[in-house]
Design a binder for this molecule. Structure first.
Ligand code: AOS
Ligand code: ZN
Ligand code: ZN
Length: 392
């Protein structure tokens, strides 16, 4: 058995890479856009079943994307057991169930923190419905993101809103089944511009601590102020055993939801290093993508994102813990930094190609997808019906 400080063998690195899974979001397969325009793409899924069909292509070519996150009601179906069975038939499973309490007119002043108790009850009802969907689909994680907040100072009482939030979370937490978890996501701003009710990891963590061990924090990489040291947050949450997972994506400005690893691969590496360092490369941490592909073809963009996550993970696994610990102990600042940079600057693509080949996959998932004919097939077959879109 390798001790924490020994460099990992090539075989151990490959085994860790083969075991990591990346969960893809159903909404990333659908049409999406900005508030200015949604550019519809031909062949986009028309139903949650077709979203799973596309997710199966990502899994087929990468071998590491077996779970698909749902968003309710965007993925509303009559029979969730049937949806889960469809996933299983494709070699997939249903991942997180994402609740949506941000799209009804009733939520203008918030959902679970709304001043009107009737609106709060409606929002909690939806969250409880999502727990039922978890039961029907075999999902483990309920992911909660609240758009709740205020636009103007004085608009509502900040403290009372925290009380309302705590009460709603408690009701839902108490309804979770054995093996279920509640993942609470924070976001600095948007759509609320003055105060968001869950704006940061501290607030999310405090609520999770109050609730109990099934409550964990989700780190969406696009939900921080520019310059935030996200890897510090990851290290802290892992240390406290409260990191539930990630919504991975890239941002240049705000919550851009671009492909993970596209804007700042070094940041993704630093985050993955803390994951590896903190023992977080386990199924206890859900590596989810939360992205939108507004102008690029969706399936290959998701494949590219999965590969980017794998590359960052591979580099993190290549950091030599012994050399790093020695440099840190002896106060050798440049050597310590050099150990991390050596790993980051390693070209891990041949290693990942090897992992894929050993798993019976094409070493180049992007090329394999291009050759598969799936892109042409969905364009010719998905005729009629209404394309799934952001919020539909
Ligand atoms: C919103 O900004 C969050 O990232 C949520 O995770 C949200 O549910 C998801 O992006 C789908 O819109
Ligand atoms: Zn998110
Ligand atoms: Zn977001």
């Amino acid at each position: 058995m390798t001790s924490k400080d020994e460099p990992r063998s090539r075989e151990a690195v490959k085994a860790a890479l083969g075991a990591q899974t990346v969960e893809t979001p159903s909404w990333a397969y659908a049409n999406s856009g900005t508030r200015f325009k949604v550019f519809a793409q031909p062949g986009v899924p028309r139903t949650p079943f077709e979203k799973l069909d596309d997710a199966a292509r990502v899994h087929a070519h990468t071998g590491v994307a077996p779970a698909v996150a749902l968003h309710i009601p965007w993925d509303r179906v009559d029979d969730y057991g049937e949806l889960a069975a469809h996933a299983a038939k494709l070699g997939l499973r249903i991942g997180t169930v994402n609740a949506n309490v941000f799209q009804d007119d009733d939520y203008r002043l918030g959902s679970v923190t709304n001043p009107d108790p009737a609106v709060r009850r409606k929002a909690v009802r939806h969250l409880l419905d999502c727990v039922e969907i978890m039961e029907a689909t075999g999902s483990r994680d309920l992911k909660l993101w609240f758009s709740d907040g205020t636009n103007y100072p004085g608009q509502d009482d900040l403290r009372t809103r925290q009380d309302r939030l705590a009460e709603a979370l408690r009701t839902v937490y108490d309804r979770l089944g054995d093996g279920h978890r509640m993942l609470l996501e924070y976001k600095l701003f948007e759509p609320a511009f003055y105060a968001t009710d869950v704006p940061d990891w501290g607030t999310a963590y405090a609520h999770c601590l109050q609730l109990g061990p099934k409550a964990r924090v989700v780190v969406d990489t696009g939900h921080h102020a520019p310059g935030t040291n996200i890897e510090f947050i990851v290290a802290s949450l892992l240390r406290a055993e409260r990191l539930g997972g990630f919504d991975l994506n890239s941002r240049f400005y705000a919550d851009d939801d671009l492909m993970a690893g596209a804007a700042d691969p070094f940041q993704l590496f630093r985050i993955m290093y803390e994951v590896v360092r903190g023992g977080g490369l386990t199924p206890d941490v859900a590596f989810m993508l939360d992205q939108c592909h507004n102008i690029e073809p969706k399936i290959p963009a998701i494949i590219r994102s999965v590969m980017n996550v794998q590359e960052a993970t591979a580099k993190a696994l290549l950091v030599d813990p012994e050399a790093l610990a020695h440099a840190q102990r002896t106060g050798d600042v440049l050597a310590a930094n050099g150990v991390l940079m050596d790993a980051f600057n390693t070209d891990v693509r041949p290693l990942l190609a090897e992992v894929r080949e050993e798993a019976g996959l094409d070493p180049d998932p992007m090329a394999a997808y291009r050759r598969s004919g799936w892109a042409e097939r969905i364009v010719s077959e998905r005729i009629g019906g209404e394309q799934a879109g952001w919020g539909a």
